[in-house]
Design a protein around this ligand. Structure first.
Ligand SMILES: [Zn+2]
Length: 329
């Protein structure tokens, strides 16, 4: 709570009734309870019992009313995002210090961090100079239009069925005249630097989708001393999939196992390890999941590594609202 109190306040100090901690805590309650609108929040929370409880949590016995949503909006509109990021970093570091989540480390060592791009807003007209642009053709009219978008790339710490956002990076263009637009992989480079700066010595294993199965990411992980487990799709890196297939066929003739793995496939100046699991999907069909990693695969750890690789898929398919609560705190 002390951290909430210390958030820099841009408002004129002689006119304020509520400190940043009341405004932010009310907002956190709104997100935690899943209320969609600010108006709804004002109506649901301004009841004696609720005011009393918030007062108790914040140590403010004198609290008589909760702030109106206009007051909160005014405060948030001038708030520096870094202020909230500082709190998030503090919370994550405290959480890790408690050592109660140790059992979720991959191979007893690495913290799984999912990298996940999410669309925030889409507009049909230019919104600002940082918008990402995507041209599309309307099938009925044949007209070509441009969509303007804002995306964010999130790094999320996975601990069992929970995820905690630990860092974010906007995917946006520096200006309107850029020759090449910003993209997820460029944003990942910036996000990785951010994570490394905040969590210098944290042993991390990046969990990425097939877009991340590429040399740029392998190099970044090596530079930051992280591991990776990424989904691997045929064709992402041709030479690797050809070699994996060839060795797999030899192996499979010996053993009809649903789990196959091959270590030390040479790729440029490194070797990579691949594993494949055949799993039943919800409609009863079987589907192959292939993952690429720089962690040595053994008979003992193959199932755990595949489960770690799949954790991002599981979370992606969870209700987005549940995640959003964690992201917006
Ligand atoms: Zn914009």
């Amino acid at each position: 709570m002390n951290n909430l109190k210390k958030v820099a306040d841009h408002r004129h100090q002689s006119y304020i009734t509520y400190g940043p901690e009341v405004l932010l805590f009310t907002m956190m309650l709104k997100n935690m309870t899943g209320l969609k609108s600010m108006r709804n929040m004002s109506e649901s929370f301004n009841k004696e019992e609720c005011i009393k409880n918030v007062g108790k949590v914040l140590g403010l016995d004198s609290l008589e009313e909760l702030p109106h949503y206009d007051t909160i909006n005014d405060f948030l509109s001038g708030l520096d995002v870094n202020e909230l990021e500082k709190i998030r970093t503090y919370m994550i570091k405290e959480l890790l210090k408690k050592r109660s989540l140790e059992s979720y480390r991959i191979e007893g060592k690495y913290w799984g961090v999912i990298i996940d791009g999410t669309g925030l807003h889409t507009f049909h007209e230019k919104h600002c100079k940082h918008c990402l642009r995507r041209a599309y053709t309307n099938k009925e009219t044949g007209e070509t239009n441009v969509l303007y978008m804002h995306h964010v790339l999130e790094a999320k710490l996975v601990v069992g069925d929970m995820v905690f956002s630990i860092a974010s990076e906007f995917i946006e263009n520096e200006s309107e005249n850029v020759s090449k637009q910003d993209c997820e992989l460029k944003a990942f480079d910036r996000l990785a630097k951010k994570i490394k700066k905040i969590f210098k010595r944290l042993p991390i294993c990046i969990l990425g989708d097939s877009l991340y199965a590429c040399e740029t990411v392998f190099n970044l992980c090596r530079a930051h001393k992280w591991k990776y487990i990424c989904r691997f799709k045929e064709g992402r890196i041709k030479s690797i999939s050809t070699e994996f297939k060839a060795i797999k066929e030899l192996e499979q003739s010996k053993d009809q196992n649903s789990l196959v793995w091959v270590n030390d496939i040479a790729y440029k100046d490194r070797t990579v390890n691949l594993m494949e699991a055949t799993m039943k999907t919800e409609d009863g069909k079987s589907k192959e999941y292939v993952f690429i990693t720089d962690i040595k695969i053994t008979k003992k750890n193959v199932e755990r590594l595949i489960a770690a690789g799949r954790s991002r898929w599981k979370i992606e398919n969870q209700g987005f609202n549940e995640q959003k609560i964690i992201v917006t705190i």
